[in-house]
Design a protein around this ligand. Structure first.
Ligand code: ZN
Length: 423
């Protein structure tokens, strides 16, 4: 060993000694060690993606602000490290969010969001958990604690959901993938994950919770309390807080009130008549099976030329009960109907449960949504057939009808009755 090398090795040994002696001190000083619980907070959206936008507030900014507030509060506890999947206003893919959490050794990923609804009539807090079997119980418990906290600060409990994919994605165990990308990618990274929709940005009722600092403070405290109580975290010289529990559960509060947990079933849908104009009017015949009444049916057509989509809502003046119904729909203007292909049919019933029928690999495949305890089930009995061609205008309609006919083939899957859990 020459002199240079000797000096270098002495230097290295010294440095290792310094590190091993002082590293524990450093670890104590920051309160972070390798054994700590790692919470990944994922501020939803960012960069080009604004999320909801109401009262001059962009959801992406609100998500980040709240995540930082929750992070600060959680770091007051011992034995916990809190990381954010984005610290600034940037584009981060859903996969990358899960990947960043995974690299930091996250024990859980909580995706922070604020909600908005098409009708602008919804309000309250809701959580979406992964449908994956592996973390089900854990997520349901934390979800219960979060909803309990949200109820405590006066928000209405809009429910706990788990939603399966509308595409054909399956996990290796054969179960359906998660509908929400951030949950799907987290599950595939081995991280339990949940989306927290804190309240509705388009709701007058919820406005004070996101539009004022005091409101945001309440939300941040609710998140931190629930997480701390769930994991039994303590602040120095304090005991762990009791977890709060939700008082209402269910896919929706309505499902609880009405004690009904089944998604609607679309038996068939036929385009009977179409006047070929744009804007135009069409008549569809639908056969459904449902115990509380179907409140919404919508059809998504995809333009095969430019990939754009348009959605048609069937005009339901009142909810439809089991049986066959004729329903009209108005087509929006400026459409090249002949270039469009039916790609999806969505059905909601009065208690807010839905069934989706998605075109995949040339077939219409139906999925049902689950209730709050993850008992989702296959719902695919739709026969998307055109029974008769009477009174159908020839202009540009053959194509659309041909396509619907092509989609009549469907895959029959085992039907599993949804479990109804104790409430
Ligand atoms: Zn969002």
């Amino acid at each position: 060993m020459n002199n240079k090398k000797r000096i270098l090795s002495v230097y290295i040994i010294l440095w290792i000694t310094v590190l091993s002696v002082f590293n524990p001190i450093y670890v104590q000083a920051t309160g972070v060690s390798g054994d700590d619980l790692v919470i990944a907070l994922d501020p939803g959206h960012g960069g080009e993606e604004d999320g909801a936008n109401y009262y001059g507030i962009q959801e992406k900014d609100l998500n980040l602000k709240l995540a930082k507030m929750v992070q600060k509060k959680l770091l007051e506890y011992q034995g916990v490290n809190v990381i954010l999947t984005r610290e600034v206003d940037e584009d981060v893919t859903l996969w990358e969010r899960a990947n960043r959490a995974s690299k930091e050794g996250a024990d859980i990923l909580l995706s922070m969001h604020f909600n908005a609804s098409v009708s602008h009539k919804s309000n309250g807090a809701s959580v979406y958990i992964s449908t994956g079997e592996f973390y089900k119980e854990k997520l349901m418990q934390l979800g219960d604690n979060l909803l309990g906290e949200f109820e405590f600060i006066g928000l209405s409990n809009a429910g706990m959901f788990a939603r399966v994919t509308q595409m054909n994605g399956r996990r290796s165990d054969g179960s359906f993938d998660d509908y929400y990308g951030v949950l799907r990618h987290s599950y595939n990274h081995g991280i339990p994950a949940m989306i927290i929709e804190h309240c509705y940005m388009d709701s007058e009722v919820d406005k004070d919770y996101f539009n004022a600092d005091e409101g945001l403070e309440l939300l941040a405290q609710a998140d931190a309390n629930a997480i701390a109580a769930y994991y039994g975290l303590c602040k120095p010289n304090e005991v762990a807080q009791e977890a709060k529990h939700a008082t209402v559960f269910g896919a929706t509060t309505k499902a609880i009130e009405r004690n009904y947990y089944e998604a609607p079933r679309l038996k068939s849908i036929f385009l009977k008549e179409y006047d070929g104009k744009t804007p135009g009017m069409a008549t569809y015949e639908v056969e459904i099976e449902d115990g509380v009444g179907v409140s919404t049916i919508y059809l998504v057509y995809k333009n095969v030329v430019d990939g754009s989509t348009f959605t048609i809502y069937l005009n339901l003046e009142k909810s439809l009960h089991s049986g066959v119904h004729e329903v009209i729909a108005y087509f929006p203007s400026n459409l090249s109907i002949g270039e469009c292909d039916l790609s999806y049919v969505g059905v909601y019933n009065e208690v807010g449960l839905d069934a989706g029928y998605n075109r995949y690999g040339g077939q219409m495949i139906g999925y049902g949504m689950c209730d709050w305890l993850n008992s989702f089930y296959y719902n695919g009995e739709a026969d998307l057939n055109i029974m008769e061609k009477t009174n159908i205008s020839p202009i540009k309609t053959d194509y659309i009808i041909d396509n619907i006919r092509k989609q009549m083939v469907y895959k029959r899957m085992p039907f599993v009755q949804p479990k109804v859990f104790g409430r």
